[in-house]
Each structure stands twice: as C-alpha cells, then as structure tokens.
Design a protein around this ligand. Sequence first.
Ligand code: 26W
Length: 807
Amino acid sequence: MFFDKESFKQAYLEKFAEAEGKTLDEGTSWDKYHALVLLLKEKVSLCRALTNEAYSREKEKQVYYFSMEFLIGKLLPFYLVNMEILNLVREGLADLNINLDELLAQESDAGLGNGGLGRLAACFLDSMSFKGIKGHGNGIHYKYGLFEQKIINGFQAEIADNWLKNGYPWEMRKPDKSVVVRFKGEVRMESLKGKLTFVQENYEPILAVPYDIPVFSYRNPFYINNLRLWSAEPMAAGLDLDLFNRGEFKQAQSYKSEVEAISSILYPEDSHIAGRELRLKQEYFFVAAGLGSILQSYKKGNTLLLDFAQWVAIHINDTHAALCIPELMRLLIDEEGLGWDEAWKITVESTSYTNHTIMPEALEKWSVEMIQSLLPRIYMIIEEIDRRFREEHILNFPEDPELPAFAGVIRHGQVHMAHLAIIGSHSINGVAKLHSRLLTEQVFPQFNRIYSKRFNNKTNGVSHRRFLYAANPGLSHLITEAIGPHWKRDAEELQKLEVFLNDQSFLEQLAKVKLNNKLRLIKHVKEKQGIVLDPSSLFDVQVKRIHAYKRQLLNVFKIMNLYNQLKANPNYFIEPQTFIFGGKAAPGYHYAKTLIKLINTLAQKINTDKDVNEIIKLVFLENFNVSLAELIYPAADISEQISTAGREASGTGNMKFMMNGALTLGTLDGANIEIREAVGEENIFIFGLKAEEVLHYAYQGSYKAWDEYLQNPDLKRILDQLVCGYFQEVGGEFITIHDSLLHYNDEFFVLKDFCSYYETYQKILNLYIQKKEWSRSTLVNIARSGCFSSDRTVSEYAEKIWNIRCR
Ligand code: 26W
C-alpha cells in the first residue's frame, strides 16, 4: 500500500493536485477528504490488479447478498484501520497541516438501513471479503437514508437524511451496466414452434443504473468485492420526451419524479409492513436489476446455464428480496427459453433465505391485485408456483388435507412472501438457536414437515474488526499487547485473554480503558447535547430501535422506581449511575414516539432534581447511528437486552456490547441465550419469563396485568405517576402507555417481569462495587466473544448454505 509516511505524503499531494486542481491551502476539508478517498480507491484497485495477474485465480463461485438495507456507516475510518495505515496517514497529513479527524467528519454516515438487518448485511460484507469469498451486496441506492433524529421539547423530530448532498466519493456510477426493469402492461401468450411463450407488452420501462462501492477487509485489499446499489432513472434522458415535445412540461416532470421515487427513500419501518405500492416497486426494482446483471455477466463467462447454481448463490435477506424467486424463473423461462422444471431446479438450488423476524405484523404479504397490476408476468409465475406446490403436497400428505391451504403462497387474496421464499429456496435459516427453533415449531410447522432438511440455524455475528478493533482503540491496543495481533484475523484467539483473569495489573488497565472510553463519549455528549456526565458512574445503556417488544419501558420503570426510592429515603446509598438511551422510532409509530417523550420527560425531572442529580442521571442520545454506536459500546458497563422472551430474533447489539466488555442484563431471548452459554451464568444477568412461559400465557390467556398492578405498591405508584400529573404532562401524553398495560393487558409482560428485572439489577450493583470481580467478569465477556464474530457466521453460511470455500 504505502511503504512509509513520505511515500504516502507524496502520493497524496499528487492526487490532491490532480483531482482538486487547487493548492492545498486553497482546498476545503471536503476537497482534502475527497482526494484521500480517491487515492485509497486507486491504490486498492492497483493492488488487486497486480495480485490478480500474479495469482490468476481459478474460477470461483460468487455469492450475491440481496438486501434492501445496507447500514454501512462511515467507510474511511474503517478502511484505514483495516489497511493498518491509520497512524501513517494521520501523521503524514499532520505534516501537511491537515487534521485527519476533520476529514473523517466530512464523510456521511451512510444510513441505508433501519437497524439489525441492515447492519448485519454490512458486517457480512466485511467478513465475506476477509474470508476471501467472492460475495457481493445488491441493494438500493436510496437518495435519502434513514431520517436524522432530533429531539425537540422531548419529542422526536425527523429530518431528511440527504447523505449524497456533497457526493459520495466511494461510489462509482456505472451507466454501461444499466438494466431495464419493466412494470405493468399486459402479458400476451403465443405459441412459438409448439412452445408456449410469454411476452410482456405496453409495460413501463425504468432504467436501473448501478453505483458500485468497493468492499475490502483487514490487510486484504486483494479480494475487492462489490456493493452494488441501484438507482431508478427514466429511460429517455430524464424526461418523457413525447410529453415534453407536446409542450406538456408539467406531466413530463411528474413522470420523472414518479420514476425517481423508486430509489428515493428508505422505508423507516422495521416491524410493521404497510403494504404500499412504492415499497413493492422497490422490491421488484432491485431484484430485477440485480438478477438481470448477474445473468448478463454469467453468460459472458460462457458457462452452461444449467450449471448456474454451481457458480452462483443468491441469498435473500428476509422476504424483502423474495421476488428473486419468480424473477429468476421469468428470466430462465421467458428470456432464456428453459422449461419450468429445469428453471425451478436452478432457482431452488441457487436461492437461500434468512428470516429475521417472527412478529406477525412484520411478515410481508402483498395483495393479489397489487402484484397482478404492477407485475403481471411475475404474478402468473407466483400463481403457478402456488398451484404446483398444492398439487404436489396434496398428493404427498393425503392425511392432512388442511396443509396445502395453510401453507400455500396465495391465501385470502394475499401473497405470503415468507411462504414463497420457503418454497423457492434450498435453505431457510433463523438467526439464533431459539429463533430458528420457533420458526420450525411455531411459525412454519407445516413447512417444516414438508421441507425439514431445508430449515437450519445460523446464529448472527458482528464484525469484530469494526466494533472492537476500530471502535475501541484503547482496548484493542491492550489486547494486542497481551496476546499479539492475530485476534483480528481469528476472533477465537480472544480466549487467550483468560490467562489474565488473576492479573491485577491487567484488570486495572482494563478498567482504565473503560474510563477513557467513557471520557470520549462524555466529550461527544457535551459537544452535541450540552449535557455533562459523570465518568466515575456506572453506564447502564440501552441503544436500539424503539419498540414495544424491546421494552425500553421496563428500563424506564426501573429508573422511576430507583428515583422514587431515593426521594423517599435520602440516606439510601447507591453507586452513581448514568442511564443512557438511544434509538429511533418509526415516524408513524405513535407508541414508540411517546416512549421517547417519556424518557426525555423523566430525564428532565431527574437531572434537575438536586436531591438526586449527583447520584443518578438519565440521557437520551440523539440520532443513534453507526458512528454514535461506535462511541457508545466501548463506554458501556451494562448492556440492556430486555425484550420479551421469544420476540427478538437474535439481537446483534448484545454481541457488540459483550466484545467491548459490558455485562448483559437480559432475558432468555435471541442470542442472549448463546451469550449465556459462552460466558457462564455467573458472568451474565438473566431475568424474567422464558419464551415457553410467554407462549403459555398467550395460549391460556391467563395473564392478568391488573393483578400485578394491584399487588405491587411500587409498580402501582409508577403507573399512577404516568397519568396523575406527576410529570405535569400536557394533554395526558402518557395515557397510551398506561392503557397499553392496564386496558390492553400488557402484551409484552412489562409488569410481569418488573420484579425479577429490578432484583437482578440490584445484583449487578452489588457486583459493580467489587471492582476486581467486576473487571474479571468483563474480561470473561471479552475473551468469550470470539464466536460472535461475523467471520464465524459467514464461514457457516459459506460451508453449509452457499457451498463455497473460505480462506
Ligand atoms: C418494513 C417491514 C420490515 C419488516 C422487518 C422491515 C424490516 C424488518 C426486519 C426483518 C427487522 C429486523 O431488522 N430484524 C432484526 O434482524 C436482526 C438481524 O438478524 C436481528 O438481530 C434482530 O433480532 C431482528 O429484530
């Protein structure tokens, strides 16, 4: 890459002059950032070209990861760390009077995702590249990513995220690789030499133009993979020229806007599907564009179409990409002339599907009318898939005539996307052991009977290079000093840290790293929100999307109870504590937005109360995104993972906290269960109902939230405080929350789990004051976090699902 600081400086100055056409003194921070990205991109391409020549690699299978979301965050700081040139570049730039941090601040935090699913996709890109897998992302080039969150008067306000306003130097527009995507129209059937063919007519063509972003990983610029994001553009030079020529400028302009709307904005909902036509258009758009270009390049390779599945794996990241199945069928049958059976075999063998949620309101269903009018040929294929499935399985399971009705793709005028994905894929996986079990036992038992071999588990993982190595330089340094650098390549090596469990000086250094990370976060919070936090306090953190099932409310009740106790008993001694929340609510999710207001209202009350504000403090951090996450995880003592058991498919924040040495306070849900297995019961704090118990209550209808309220005076006080003027709430803001618990019987068992949660929290406080024991527990968490690296997850996908070799 660069041999030394001097060669970097020279290359940088040359690149700057060439790209910006100014002297360095005239250049803005943006110019300097821009030149640095161009230089790195060029260097990396050069490295790859040279190595390719040297090694001329044999033909390899390619994986295409289809995802509507890629929450990649900032690339420059991560890539500098991955190439191990951060310090060299920092020092070289400093010699030129340039502060690297100012350049890093220029890059937008690419927020092309909502939360867990999108961030997982980004971690997989890193790990696929690291593992030497030719694995590419395929997604949408949204003009606006997930909104920026501002807190105004305690409420969430949303501001459009115009992440491309200055341009994005990592991406490269590739107009020559554009694909035409066809919507609407009619399908004409005709017989050609005795063979039935299908021709789509009078359709609306839309141009899909790709933007490519290079993906490379740790010390490994040779495997440059590609994240390809598609942008929707009108076919004829930006305008409908017919309309334009007829003088109908307004209509011409509106046609342009309608087309561009397809890749204009990321839907900010992640647990509720509204069934809007624009979203369906987005789904088909990126699927058709991606598959179209894959097939084009596959055919250039002169390989037999019938061998497609041997060379290509199509992975669908939740059902948002399930239209890959009928679209691949359409391409193979209509465009390539294969018969149904051949096409179906190729489709099923190449496609695999990951499910990320079992919440019924998040399982996608589209109305038959909508698919039929927007995608007439695709609908015909879906109907045929449904017909054949029913036919085959009525014959195979005569003892259960109900089964096909249950398990078909089309039911009651709706297309069930998960069913389509299951029938059309050779592998269906959940994202943590419990989740995968619930998929087969509770959500899709009929399919599990038919296709039991297809169902499997792949527990999620996260990029330990981003969330530990790059995000926590202090801890990374300490680890490398202790066990050498190999853990960056193989996270399992972190286990070697256990030899320091009784090393007093190491444990003290660990605590010092945590303190420094708290100071780093405190500085940021002070600059951004003007709030001053206490570095000697315990940092209890819950950062994630705001949802009823994630139960931020339970955490709020804990804080209210603690506050009530402190007020009632001024001599009550506890360790100083800082409660930190962060996360976005979907703009239309009223309950979640009310929760944000409640947290801020409580914060205002506690932080201005002189009786307590030296002991406890509460903050809601604005605009939780990848960059903020990278500051928060390293500073946390407690990781709140308190979803109602059975609801959180896996969680990945839990893993990021763990590898940064925070102890989990959580339910037996998602991957918390596997974290407990890894660290042992004494190094995690588990409370609350188990998934089976929750299910049992739900079946029996035997849970009575009112009883909890009446029997527990602390809880009663808290609930009353929500609605009795305690917060001086305007217009009864918190009534909805109160009603969700008492009038709608507390669907997420907040009241039921309260006591056990509160008691477990007290245990944490007890351990926290025993500094040595606490640090040991912290160390066990770090040392055992290796299995939650996405390197492990991606290797499992490669071996068991994609059938592909890893490095
Ligand atoms: C708009 C509809 C919709 C529905 C579901 C959008 C997005 C979704 C996603 C599937 C929700 C999601 O992000 N699920 C999360 O996926 C993570 C990665 O596997 C898991 O760790 C989380 O537990 C799961 O909630």
